[in-house]
Design a protein around this ligand. Sequence first.
Ligand SMILES: C[S@@+](CC[C@H](N)C(=O)[O-])C[C@H]1O[C@@H](n2cnc3c(N)ncnc32)[C@H](O)[C@@H]1O
Length: 303
Amino acid sequence: MESPHLSVLKNEVLEIFAPLSEGYFIDCTLGFGGHSEAILKAHPKLSLIGIDQDPHALEFSQKRLAPFKDRFSFREGRFSEVLPTLKELPIVGILADIGVSSLQLDDSSRGFSFHSERLDMRMNPNAQLSALEVVNSYPQDRLERIFKEYGEIKESKKLASLISEERKKGRITSAEALSRLIERHFKRVGNIHPATLAFQAIRIEVNDELGEIERALQTIGEIAKGRASIISFHSLEDRLVKNFFKEWSSSCLCPPEAFRCTCGNNHEKGQILTKKPLVATPEESKANPRSRSAKMRAFEFKS
Ligand SMILES: C[S@@+](CC[C@H](N)C(=O)[O-])C[C@H]1O[C@@H](n2cnc3c(N)ncnc32)[C@H](O)[C@@H]1O
């Protein structure tokens, strides 16, 4: 089946999970099933459970992965909520390819893109919070914080004030109106549209993307089985992953200022497999520009 989404770092994912044989593989972000299909093909004895909160993605992947029959099943929901329910399974691999899929970005009815007539950005179309609420109801200082933290936008104050003034004239109801407004007041940096970081920040807020990763990493640390790999597209996400992996690989959990170790010095859960994050090759970056910001880290738990 032709997929509307090109899976990033597919070869690197296959390499990290190459030693797996039998057991369960959890794909936390099934999306259009590209990574899952590659894993199922490469490991005929693995069973795979795919999680996604987007029913459109699940519908597509169910068809794509039907040839694998009962080796594939799926769960609809947020991965932070589904993962804890799978703890008892003999898990050998966990993958999360965090972020939005090309279809979510390109389908203008989902309200993620600059020219969309809607302002939505929900990965789960039934979730309560949408970009419409964030943009029109959040107090100015909260908007400023989101732009600063999630978008790392230098002029976050100016941007929040601009939106706050504009919505006094009437609700901002489309992504197009928002991107046009930003375009009128902010310069393009190189090829990058001036609204890119603002849209990214709003999307992260709408989908609680950082909270999701943090809760999922906590559960993965409790499951502590097999290999886990996370692909992220944002420096804050990558930092979270890096810090969790560092903690899991540390034997001593005493605070750095402790005079001597009192924790037993035996807390190491396993080893980091990627000293530095893996990134796309120049060929992949050229073929799939979305892969340029992808960073992949992997960890192996002790058996
Ligand atoms: C980048 S795409 C995954 C693409 C997939 N790896 C492939 O090869 O086709 C990310 C997918 O994860 C889903 N997603 C993101 N955050 C999620 C979360 N917290 N819980 C469940 N699904 C999530 C999105 O709906 C989207 O379909």
